[in-house]
Design a protein around this ligand. Structure first.
Ligand SMILES: Cc1ncc(COP(=O)(O)O)c(C=O)c1O
Length: 365
């Protein structure tokens, strides 16, 4: 089976873990310090705060932005549930914006209409690794004096011609969960060009601690361990190679897959350069998606629906009274299907994937 994601860990990661074990310092030691410095160097010198995972990174950033009960956070209706959990856990209200059908990213046109006096943050997601229209979102936010927090959990290595590599300006959050383009099992990072915000996030990360047993506020335990940081440092060294490999596979699919029964994702344009965390096809119906998934499975190609729900109509979210009508998100949840695009695909594997997709005909035609 040609899998969607495959961890790429080698001798360098093994040696990095051993180095930490032998150092006797398992958390908040030199490795965590160094991984932050190395990310910062890559990302135009912004402040980098390493934390235990992407969900907690969102929680800390929102909390540091002052989000709490009574506040509204505008976010996308189509993402992993980890995007919205932090908003709800902080006692704030998620307000869902519908998405653009072609990119599956938050639609910018409808955003202004959702802003109220209670809106504190706009939280867009660079879904599948494709950057949202950041310049447009930042300009709307600036007009209303609202913060922007980018959920870049899937977008390490992606870039935007107007604002640079994702994470190198503004405030963004990354995940290094096992399925991500670079990974350390569980891990997260907040990046921000606002030093005061960074200071608050650092305090929140470790019990609000200024020094041992002196606490400036009630915080969290959201620290990254040095074991994770050491693995991540090695993985970060491979980021350019990984991104180039994924882009090359995506470019290959964009020119080699020809099947009228499906729509390919947008390629890069003058502004957005995706890191292709996912390469996601759009089918014409839910039945077609099931049929293509079964066909691919029979031919040893793993596929996944990211995501089989819209956040705005997810039963758990609706049950809390936060549901909203977002037609495009609902439609996408029924017809999206991702195929393997990881950099570790061999030439034969990616050719096989394209052949399998080209060879599929919808059963119900
Ligand atoms: C868009 C998005 N947001 C948030 C998260 C949460 O990250 P983590 O799994 O590291 O908590 C993920 C990753 O799983 C994600 O893909």
């Amino acid at each position: 089976m040609i899998g969607i994601s495959k961890l790429s860990l080698g001798q360098d990661e093994e040696e990095a873990v051993l180095r930490v074990v032998r150092s006797g310092q398992l958390a908040m030691g030199l490795e965590t310090h160094d991984v932050e410095t190395e990310f910062s160097k890559r990302l135009a010198g912004v402040e980098c705060i390493a934390v235990s995972n992407g969900t907690v990174a969102l929680t800390l950033a929102l909390a540091a932005m002052g989000v709490g009960p009574g506040d509204e956070v505008i976010t996308t209706s189509f993402s992993f549930i980890g995007t919205v959990e932090p908003i709800i856990q902080l006692g704030a209200t998620p307000v869902f914006a519908d998405v653009d059908l072609a990119s599956a990213n938050i639609g910018v046109d409808g955003l202004e209409a959702l802003i109220t006096t209670r809106t504190k943050v706009i939280l867009p997601v660079h879904l599948y690794g494709r950057p949202v229209d950041l310049a447009a979102i930042r300009s709307i936010a600036a007009k209303y004096n609202i913060s922007v927090l980018e959920d870049a959990c899937q977008a390490i290595g992606a870039s935007d011609a107007n604002t640079g590599e994702i994470g190198s300006s503004g405030t963004a959050v990354f995940s290094f969960y096992g399925s991500k383009n670079i990974a350390c099992g569980e891990g997260g990072l907040v990046t921000t060009d606002d030093p005061q915000l960074a200071e608050r996030i650092r305090l929140l990360r470790s019990h609000g601690s200024i020094e041992t047993y002196r606490h400036a506020l009630v915080g969290y335990n959201a620290r990254m361990t040095d074991l994770q940081a050491a693995i991540l440092r090695v993985q970060l060294e491979s980021l350019d190679r990984v991104t180039a490999g994924r882009r090359s596979n995506a470019a290959y699919y964009l020119t080699s897959i020809h099947n009228d029964a499906l729509v390919l994702p947008p390629g890069d344009d003058r502004i957005s350069a995706s890191c292709f965390h996912q390469f996601t096809l759009r089918l014409q119906s839910a039945a077609d998606r099931d049929d293509l998934q079964a066909w691919a499975n029979q031919h040893d190609v793993e596929t996944r629906a990211y995501y089989p729900y819209a956040l705005s109509s997810h039963p758990v979210i609706e049950g809390l009274g936060f549901g909203a009508r977002c037609d495009n998100a609902d439609a996408l949840s029924k017809v999206v299907l991702s195929i393997p695009v990881r950099e570790s695909l061999s030439h034969d594997e990616r050719t096989h994937v394209a052949d399998v997709i080209n060879g599929w005909e919808p059963a119900c035609r």
